[in-house]
Design a protein around this ligand. Structure first.
Ligand code: ADP
Length: 321
């Protein structure tokens, strides 16, 4: 099974023709609220691939927290919730304008108070975990506690380093087997851990050898870079076991889809990758990455975050072979 230790935020999305100026009140022409948060989105993406998934997270003692638990139950997630009485459930306000651009404000609330001791108390869930999936929308001590437990259990540790945290330690990265940054996150990680300044917008079109050389500057044996509509790129340490892959680096182009909303495409990718590592255990990593690339592409054909995640069968039916 997969354990996801991460965030839950309740997303509130308003459709506007244009963004507000300071002091301005505008009417939105649409509103929808629903589950989000990188951790929860990735857990939903994972469980929809047909893999038993435990979600460990913190919510407030409030109605949004109650909603979170009900949504997790409805998805078949095993929820291990810490209910905090000192912080509200995480909530995000998202404006989407006519051009599809967004402005997001998020209060992480209880997510930032997820107690490392609570994570450690979930030892039982980690005992039969094949994969741990974490992000950076919680406090870093909770992330480290999860990586410690997964290390003891011998689980594969996957970090989606989003959003990159100013205090992220090299030691945290070193405990991961695989990281899944997007272009912006890769640029921030390189600046922090390799002292290398790169233009995030130029990464997708760099020659493979150059992208590989950059990824190798991070202290992680496998880096899977998501490149939006350019697909993804995999870079293994030359001396690592390459997770079954025959070559040290390769690129998968994005699948052709009618993308209408790329919100949480990265979450679809990481969640589906974690699940595929379990379902396709023993197979070369490229097969799991291909599945993740397909699931993420399909998620862009639907509006929303957690709700947009496709199921395993849908991915297989749409992209046979
Ligand atoms: P994030 O949401 O973290 O910024 P990306 O934009 O890199 O993540 O997208 C994650 C993955 O989603 C990509 O690696 C790709 O597999 C898929 N994806 C994103 N945009 C598209 C698109 N326009 N067409 C097909 N696949 C896409």
């Amino acid at each position: 099974q997969v354990v996801v230790v991460g965030s839950y935020n309740h997303d509130h999305v308003w459709q506007v023709d244009r963004f507000c100026r300071p002091g301005e009140t505008r009417r939105a022409h649409g509103f929808v609220a629903g589950p989000g948060g990188k951790g929860f989105n990735q857990a939903v993406a994972c469980v929809r691939q047909g893999v038993a998934t435990t979600f460990v997270g913190a919510i407030g003692d409030d109605p949004l927290g109650t909603t979170a638990r009900a949504l997790a139950d409805a998805e078949g997630l095993h929820g291990r919730w810490q209910i905090r009485d000192d912080a509200p459930t995480g909530a995000a306000g998202i404006l989407v304008d006519a051009a599809g651009q967004n402005q997001i404000v998020v209060a992480l609330g209880a997510n930032e108070r997820l107690d490392p001791a609570f994570v450690r108390a979930q030892r039982g869930a980690f005992a039969d975990a094949r994969v741990l999936l974490v992000q950076l929308e919680n406090n870093l001590d909770a992330v480290d506690a999860a990586l410690d437990l997964a290390g003891v259990a011998g689980a594969t540790c996957v970090l989606n380093p989003a959003p990159v945290h100013a205090d992220l330690a090299a030691d945290t990265l070193r405990r991961c087997d695989l990281v899944t940054p997007n272009e912006t996150e890769l640029a921030l990680l390189l600046a922090r851990f390799a002292g290398t300044e790169v233009d995030a917008d130029a990464l997708a079109t760099l020659p493979d050898a150059e992208l590989h050389a950059l990824a190798r500057r991070l202290p992680v044996p496998c880096v899977v870079i998501t490149l939006g509509r350019h697909g993804c790129f995999v870079s293994h340490a030359e001396d690592g076991d390459r997770l079954g892959d025959a070559v040290a680096r390769y690129r998968l182009p994005a699948e052709a889809v009618r993308a209408i909303d790329t919100t949480a495409a990265g979450d679809a990718f990481s969640g589906a990758l974690a699940a595929a590592l379990v379902r396709l255990a023993g197979r070369p990593l490229i097969e799991a990455v291909r599945h993740a690339n397909r699931a993420a592409a399909l998620s862009t054909e639907r509006v929303g975050a957690a709700r947009a995640m496709p199921h395993w069968e849908e991915v297989r039916a749409r992209f046979p072979g």
